[in-house]
Design a protein around this ligand. Structure first.
Ligand SMILES: [Zn+2]
Length: 137
């Protein structure tokens, strides 16, 4: 791609998904940061890399008080009524991590890493093995 300020450059691509099934694709100059091109395309999701053949994983995301627990209960009851085996997990998963985060005010960046480590453990030890056995979360 060509940057008018510099020359031919290997543009940095930024993809921002939208709610209408499209994505805004932006190309930036890696040297000066200028926006070189912007367009909207149909969103193509990356191929799923987790080798799961059975089961389903449903995540409820939201801020505190947004109703995650309510919808979690409602959906899991509906799925059980339909005959699915449902396992419910909540993050942080490890009690030690939960206790630590509630008791200590830590650097926000460090908190992200603690949450990420907790999620990896939950996924590897609980979620993925259960999905392989055909459970729904
Ligand atoms: Zn540039």
């Amino acid at each position: 791609m060509f940057c008018p300020r510099i020359r031919e450059v290997e543009a940095r691509k930024v993809v921002t998904p939208a709610f209408d099934g499209t994505a805004i694709i932006e190309y930036y100059c890696p040297l000066c940061g200028s926006l070189l091109e912007m367009r909207r395309e149909k969103l193509v999701l990356p191929e799923r890399k987790i080798p799961v053949k059975k089961g389903a994983y449903i995540a409820f995301e939201g801020i505190d008080g947004s109703g995650k627990s309510y919808y979690l209960r409602s959906v899991s009851e509906d799925l059980r009524r339909e005959g699915f085996e449902v396992i419910v997990v909540k993050e942080p998963w490890l009690k030690a991590v939960k206790d630590f985060l509630y008791k200590h005010e830590i650097d926000p960046y460090a908190e992200v890493y603690v949450f990420a480590a907790d999620r990896i453990i939950l996924q590897k030890e609980v979620v993925l093995p259960a999905l392989e056995r055909g459970k729904s979360f």
